[in-house]
Design a protein around this ligand. Structure first.
Ligand code: OAD
Length: 346
């Protein structure tokens, strides 16, 4: 295609894709879109590794691993009372109360720009205030303490990983987090926790600097023309909304980690949102891949071992099988005592 010797349409037939007659006059961009779907589908095919299917196999792999790559989602924080997105009691089930047509509009940047109150209404529940961290966060911290955590790719925005002491260099917050927030107008950045009081009280957090500038201008000239857009001086947590770019480290780090990882643990996610959902398929086929969540992944993919159930229980069993029980329980206890805003310094 780069040499222009193959059109996307011709490549479709090279891949053995037969189109309906109605589609035989596809233009290049439509043919390319279809080609992309088939290439990705091919790419996701994976053959299960032989002799790797039980929790004991996972425990043995943990004993010899040096570079565990962990992918996490909302399921690792539900035991702290933070709802996930797609479960029956998840955030997206409350769609009707917000009068939106698609649940993902709750995190749509255009919806936020037209009415930030929708986001601030439900985000109260997602705040990491005084919750400590879960046994699953503790388990990931234990991997770090053992020197075998290559990286945690989290989709979670609650930043509970920081409270659990996961080092910044080991953590990719793929969808950003509540850790910091920026003004939609002047881009001034503040600590996210400075917004929490307003959010909890049902107020839209505003930028102190923009409000001060606005009041000076109004007193001197009555000119407030540029201040009337819906998000003038509105603070937005540095979360990646649909329609925004992912955290910049993500792509570069994935390519580096791809060649280093020797075990992949995918925990508490429905694996429905790209590009994180594509991470397992990007890993070399010989690297064992384990899925730990309450239910099967929301997309077809071959993991070597699926440990279905509450992830806090599963990681506790794993810790026992590996012989890490004592250290694990010690971290779990600390997690109950640690307030989210404090960092654990042990
Ligand atoms: P989902 O809500 O899609 O999936 C969470 C998964 O965790 C579900 O399959 C649950 O069954 C499972 N789960 C819940 N509680 C659990 C528990 N205690 N133990 C084990 N499993 C449990 O959440 P994510 O996959 O994280 O985007 O969603 C990905 C992204 O979609 C989110 O990052 C969010 C959303 O749009 C943004 O925030 C921008």
């Amino acid at each position: 295609m780069i040499d222009e010797s193959h059109s996307p349409y011709n490549l479709l037939s090279t891949f053995g894709i037969r189109l309906l007659d109605d589609l035989s006059a596809l233009d290049d961009s439509n043919a390319l879109a279809i080609l992309q779907i088939y290439i990705v589908r091919e790419f996701r095919k994976r053959t299960r590794l032989p002799n790797f299917s039980t929790i004991v196999d996972v425990a043995e792999a943990l004993k010899s691993a040096s570079n565990v790559l962990v992918i996490t989602g909302a399921g690792i924080s539900t035991s702290l009372g933070i709802p996930d997105f797609r479960s029956a009691d998840g955030i997206y089930a409350r769609l009707e109360s917000y009068n939106l047509s698609d649940p993902q509009e709750m995190f749509d940047i255009e919806v936020f720009k037209s009415d930030p109150s929708i986001f601030y209404d439900f985000s109260k529940e997602l705040l990491p205030v005084e919750r400590g961290y879960s046994p699953t966060h503790a388990f990931i911290r234990l991997l770090q303490d053992k020197g075998i955590l290559l990286r945690q790719y989290t989709q979670n925005i609650d930043d509970i990983e920081s409270s659990a002491g996961i080092e910044e260099a080991r953590l990719i917050q793929c969808h950003g987090s509540f850790k910091t927030a920026s003004c939609m107008s002047c881009r001034d950045r503040v600590r996210g926790s400075t917004l929490f009081k307003d959010i909890q009280e049902g107020k839209i957090p505003r930028c102190a600097k923009c409000l001060a500038r606005q009041s000076t201008r109004q007193t001197s000239s009555n000119d407030d023309d540029d201040d009337d857009d819906a998000v003038f001086g509105v603070m937005k947590p540095d979360i990646t909304f649909f329609g925004e770019q992912l955290e910049t480290r993500f792509k570069e780090q994935v390519l580096l980690d791809r060649s280093a990882a020797d075990l992949v643990l995918c925990i508490g996610t429905s694996l429905r949102v790209a590009p994180v959902s594509d991470l397992p398929a990007l890993m070399p086929p010989a690297v064992p891949q384990v899925f730990l969540s309450r239910e099967a992944a929301g997309r077809e993919y071959v993991f070597d071992c699926e440990l279905l159930g509450a992830c806090d229980d599963t990681v506790r069993q794993l810790a026992r099988h590996v012989g890490w029980q004592e250290e694990f329980e010690r971290l779990v206890e600390l997690g109950k005592r640690t307030k989210t805003v404090e960092k654990m310094n042990t």
